[in-house]
Design a protein around this ligand. Structure first.
Ligand SMILES: [Zn+2]
Length: 270
């Protein structure tokens, strides 16, 4: 294949690839604040890189990345865990008041309709396996994708699966945060120019959740550290570690797609 990017393919190339394996990847994620040191497209860019690399092993095509995603208002208990004094304030997603720009979040119902429309279009194109790759782990985002994946898999001739590149190393791995070491390392690996850690103060100043719009997974689990600062400090990030995480996600996605594809071909022949 010359390329697996759908937007760069000619009609007969699309038909040829589909005749070999009717698989399509759909990377999805919002343009979202990830702290001052990280690009606004962090989640969709990670999803895109993992989808493209996986497709090079499994075959199939990769749709242009859908830069959409959703977030909701934060609960009082999460605002408290993050260290806000006023836990009644209206804060959506990672958009803490001190951020200099707002994220481009879609409302949950609008996001659902956009995903539904794209899934419909891909079903009509005749893809038997549609793989949504999503690195934005907001509850509303994940639930919407999973709900529609189940629905489409049962109500159409296509199977839809959802994959997240944020795979914990083991049960003790708590670096699943937002703009913390893992994501920052992955972006340093994928696009070194896009990360500028000098946007943070030098150590030993600790980074407060309320100041930077980033957060650890322990904070999301309502178990922050005592001074409500970042544990998995993005200033400790390394490109090499990011490369390890990306490769691990690609390997896992390839396994998932091969297994899904085998189920589809087995059910066709039985
Ligand atoms: Zn992210």
């Amino acid at each position: 294949m010359r390329t697996q990017r759908f937007e760069l393919l000619r009609p007969h190339e699309i038909l040829h690839e589909k005749s070999i394996r009717p698989i399509v990847y759909l990377p999805v994620g919002p343009l979202e604040w990830h702290g001052p040191a990280m690009p606004i497209g962090t989640d969709p860019l990670i999803a895109e890189a993992v989808a493209r690399q996986s497709a090079s092993y499994t075959g199939g095509v990769v749709m242009p990345t859908l830069y959409v995603g959703t977030e909701r208002e934060r609960s009082a208990s999460l605002l408290e865990a993050k260290g806000f004094d006023d836990t009644s304030q209206y804060i959506v997603g990672m958009d803490v008041p001190r951020n200099c720009i707002r994220s481009l979040y879609s409302k949950e119902d609008v996001f659902g309709m956009m995903i539904r429309e794209f899934l419909n279009l891909l079903v009509k194109q005749g893809y038997l396996l549609i793989v949504i790759v999503n690195a934005h782990m907001a509850t509303g985002q994940v639930n919407t994708l999973q709900r529609q994946a189940v629905e489409f898999s049962n109500e159409t001739d296509s199977a839809v699966s959802v994959f997240s590149p944020n795979i914990p190393l083991d049960e003790t791995d708590l670096d699943q945060g937002h703009g913390t070491i893992r994501e920052t390392s992955m972006m340093m690996f994928l696009n070194p120019d896009s990360v500028d850690l000098k946007q943070f103060p030098d150590k030993p100043v600790r980074l407060k959740n309320t100041d930077w719009g980033i957060a650890d997974s322990c904070t999301f689990a309502l178990q922050p550290n005592e001074d409500k600062t970042i544990v998995y400090d993005p200033r400790d990030s390394e490109a090499q570690l990011g490369g390890f995480y990306i490769q691990r996600a690609v390997d896992s996605l390839v396994r998932q797609v091969e297994s899904d594809w085998e189920s589809i071909t087995t059910s066709q022949h039985s």
